[in-house]
Design a protein around this ligand. Structure first.
Ligand SMILES: *Cc1c(COP(=O)(O)O)cnc(C)c1O
Length: 376
């Protein structure tokens, strides 16, 4: 009998996860979040974001995040449209005084550095790089007024601990787009913890949220008062002003906000950040445990402490083509396990956000074994 071509490989029913979405964003949306939209199809969807029904939901978003992250007094939850990429531009205008330092260790962390480097009103940023699969450390310097960290580098599956550089006075701004809600951290170590809701919060993209310390709020105020020209859409002082009124500067996607609130409240009902992070931990234990025992799969990130608990990157032995594996999985309804394209490795990337069930990750690993056996 001729060897099957990969497109013939059909997974048996017991190797199909209950939910086949393992993408790193947009990511699995829990059915209850979609149901929440349906439940409010008439009294919330399609209604004005300036009126009480929507503003109350934005209020729940802000207070829910305050609880989830145990924010110290004086921190504000600020939000606006455009996702994390828009927030980088907003931060370039409204958070960096003059000189920033960026830890660059993958596609996402390099982008904020590029935005700051291109800004004519700022000094050239200091960019500290490290090889893919590792992360650099911030270095305290007198002239640095903002340290740009990334909680979880989604392109490589590296996470880093959040600590103020010893002796520094600059703001610590953390891109937590894929880490927020799935990784633990001490809010006292950060001034701006920002993210978009299409990853651990299992909602849709297009919104940014920034948890801001009193020092960050002061920076927003002082840059605004300095007369620096800032496009209104990217003006953090305008965003702050609207946020404190439970609104956004321009019209937000209401479904995104509602699904985000549903996820925040699901996390809180389960026990908060510890509950959510433990769900990711359970999945990560399954995934890395399988890869370490495998004859053909290896965790890409060598240092176990840097191995992301929310986005797992698994190198595949050159005998097998990872793109074939992920396309066979896709034909069987298991989607978005492809590696980050620009990383250029023979790799699978698997999201383990809190919405993903660890039992499904376990089934996924057995499904990968099944596919690989049939590719030999
Ligand atoms: C997904 C992601 C982004 C980009 O988010 P957008 O909302 O698409 O702009 C930025 N940083 C990290 C770490 C990410 O994972």
């Amino acid at each position: 009998m001729p060897a099957p071509v990969s497109s013939d490989i059909r997974l048996p029913a017991d190797l199909l996860p209950a939910d086949g979405r393992f993408g790193s964003g947009p990511s699995k949306v829990r059915p209850a979040q979609i149901a929440a939209v349906l439940d409010h199809a008439r009294d919330y969807m399609g209604t004005s974001h300036r009126q009480a029904p929507v503003r109350q939901v934005v209020g729940r978003l802000r207070s829910g995040l305050r609880d989830l992250f145990s924010l110290p007094d004086g921190y504000e939850v600020v939000l606006g449209n455009g996702g994390t990429t828009a927030f980088w531009d907003a931060a370039t205008f409204g958070l960096i005084q003059e000189h920033s330092q960026h830890l660059s260790f993958g596609e996402f962390s390099s982008k904020f550095a590029s935005a700051a480097a291109a800004a004519p009103h700022l000094k050239d940023p200091e960019v500290i790089e490290s090889a893919p699969g590792t992360h650099p450390e911030a270095v305290a310097r007198e002239e640095v007024d903002l340290y740009a960290l990334t909680h979880n580098e989604t392109s490589t599956g590296v996470m880093m601990p959040l600590r103020r550089p010893a002796g520094s006075t600059g703001l610590v701004a953390v891109d937590a787009t894929s880490g927020a809600g799935g990784l633990r951290f001490d809010p006292a170590q950060v001034d701006v913890y920002y993210f978009a809701p299409q990853k651990c919060f299992a909602s849709d993209g297009g919104l940014w949220v920034a948890l801001c310390s009193p020092a960050a709020l002061e920076r927003i105020g002082s840059i605004s008062a300095s007369g620096r020209w800032v496009p209104a859409f990217l003006d953090l002082s305008i965003a702050l002003d609207n946020s404190t009124k439970d609104q956004t500067y321009n019209t937000p996607a209401l479904a995104t906000i509602l699904m985000l609130v549903d996820q925040i409240e699901w996390m809180l009902e389960g026990g908060g950040l510890e509950f959510a992070a433990s769900r990711s931990d359970a999945s990560a234990d399954v995934l890395y445990g399988w890869a370490e025992a495998s004859s053909y799969a290896t965790p890409f990130v060598v240092d176990p402490a840097a191995r992301s608990r929310v986005v797992g990157t698994i190198d595949i032995d050159d005998r097998f083509d990872a793109t074939v594996i992920s396309s066979v999985l896709r034909q069987n309804g298991i989607v978005d396990t492809d590696s980050y394209r620009k990383l250029g490795r023979n790799q699978l990337r698997i999201a383990m956000f809190p919405a993903v069930d660890s039992e499904d990750v376990a089934i996924l690993t057995r499904a990968i074994d099944y596919v690989v056996e049939r590719l030999t």
